[in-house]
Design a protein around this ligand. Structure first.
Ligand code: ADP
Length: 446
């Protein structure tokens, strides 16, 4: 195990199931004092000399077998570089379906590591996500009573995480209740041992605040694999330091100074691309428009119709991309602009009824990918992207392979820079950020 903050091999390897989730967990590790590099997809070649590497996949909504294969490839790359501790990061609203992909990926990683047990804890108290008696709350509401019910790809209609995870897992799912978590790391470890004797492979863990997550981080720092939202990441570096795997004094200094990568200053106008239909994003779009800022709405039905040939579809895609770019080019002379496909749930359902759920999402993502390419070719150097899948599509289309993680805009969303390029990206999970997130983010880098 390494014992300094400049280890030969990174201490921690994170496998994130989408791009905004990757920047989210990277920003938490940076806040906790680690030097972090985020890579897009599974690279080849040696690992960088940092404390933690975050591999950003786009595996949240792919078929489970593909998600497993991609995640295992990421694990192998990290293992080949000498990493010994792993973190499977998913969304703090546990975005998944009965087919996966959280359970299948977690179990495949455990199998590959030869490890019998891990935790599942999407809690992110700073963003209102807490878990009590195995039930996930968003603010005061059960997950199933929030806009996540209507998510276009991963509708969450059950807040009971033990039930949700059990439906997508081969092994047995258990629970570590809050009364145990409140007693501290030793009690949590004892509960892990009991659950293991009962044949449990994945244990959902209650957490109401960062103190709970700190206790949990200490209790699970020795596990080869943890599976969690980003909240747990804040406590892990300190737990590693108490074991002598990181230098505690250097970590404290890095934490206090808020050491994050210094990103280049990149001027010029900024563009917001929103493909998220989450409640927070819809509110942010409404706020942007209410300030009379320029906004263009995309109708996915302009992109495709049932029965379109591939040629007809390509023609529509090219035409709509050109329209959007021409609009943006004009408007950007005056100020920052927003382009969104985001729509309320009833409108999304109507589109999905015509095009199919996956196809509708994919069509919109293709469009944003093309628009982003056109904008960057036109010299735009600052992009804010709302939506995990949407961010994945944009980052892939731009050929970005490594991201430096800068200062946070809000909990879970940092500015990042494509390494070696004049391109700043703020990749926002749909439900993150306050009402003025878009304007606030752009103001930070203006
Ligand atoms: P979030 O972070 O909120 O989950 P994502 O970008 O991950 O956001 O997912 C939103 C999905 O909804 C994307 O696949 C996007 O292309 C799709 N989408 C966006 N607007 C619409 C719309 N008007 N109709 C149907 N699907 C849409």
């Amino acid at each position: 195990m390494n014992n300094s903050t400049t280890p030969q091999a990174p201490l921690l390897g994170v496998i994130a199931d989408d791009f905004t989730g990757a920047t989210d967990v990277a920003s938490m590790l940076v806040r906790a004092g680690l030097r972090v590099l985020q890579v897009i997809g599974v690279p080849t070649g040696p690992l960088p000399a940092v404390d933690a590497v975050v591999v950003a996949l786009k595996s949240r909504t792919t078929p489970a077998a593909d998600a497993v294969a991609e995640s295992l490839a990421a694990l192998q790359w990290l293992q080949a570089g000498g990493v010994q501790r792993f973190y499977f990061k998913y969304c703090s609203t546990f975005d998944s379906t009965p087919a996966g992909n959280i359970g299948p990926v977690a179990e495949a990683l455990l199998d590959a590591l030869g490890s019998p047990f891990s935790i599942a804890c999407p809690a992110f108290p700073e963003n209102g996500r807490s878990i009590y008696r195995g039930h996930l709350f968003v603010g005061d509401a059960l997950l199933s009573d929030t806009g996540m019910r209507e998510h276009p790809l991963t509708p969450m209609t059950d807040a009971n995480l033990v039930r949700v995870l059990q439906a997508q897992s081969r092994g047995k799912v258990g629970l570590v209740r809050h009364d145990c978590v409140a007693q501290g790391p030793d009690a949590i470890r004892a509960r892990f041992a009991t659950l293991r004797t009962e044949g449990v492979t994945l244990a959902v863990v209650d957490a109401l605040d960062n103190t709970d997550l700190t206790r949990l981080a200490d209790a699970c720092a020795d596990l080869p694999l943890v599976t969690a939202g980003s909240g747990l990441a804040l406590g892990l570096p300190a737990a590693y330091a108490t074991r002598g795997w990181l230098d505690a004094a250097q970590l404290a200094e890095a934490c206090a100074s808020g050491r994050a990568a210094q990103l280049d200053q990149i001027g010029g106008r900024g563009v917001v691309l929103a493909g998220s239909c989450s409640t927070a994003t819809l509110g942010q779009i409404a706020r942007w428009k209410s300030a009379d800022r320029p906004a263009l709405r995309i109708n996915p039905l302009d992109l495709a119709a049932p029965g379109d040939s591939p040629q007809a579809h390509e023609h529509k895609l090219a035409a709509l991309t050109a329209q959007c770019l021409a609009w943006a080019h004009r408007q950007l002379r005056q100020g920052d602009v927003l382009i969104h496909a985001s729509a309320p749930a009833d409108e999304v359902r109507a589109v999905q009824a015509q095009l199919g759920v996956q196809a509708a999402g994919a069509q919109v993502e293709h469009l944003f990918a093309r628009i982003a390419q056109g904008l960057v070719a036109d010299g735009v150097g600052r992009l804010v992207v709302a939506g995990g899948e949407t961010s994945g599509a944009v980052v892939q289309a731009l050929g970005v392979q490594r991201l430096l993680v800068g200062a946070s805009i809000c909990p879970g969303v940092p500015w990042t820079q494509a390494q070696g390029r004049p391109l700043l990206l703020a990749l926002k999970s749909g439900n993150f950020g306050g009402p003025d997130f878009f304007a606030d983010a752009l103001a930070l880098t203006a």
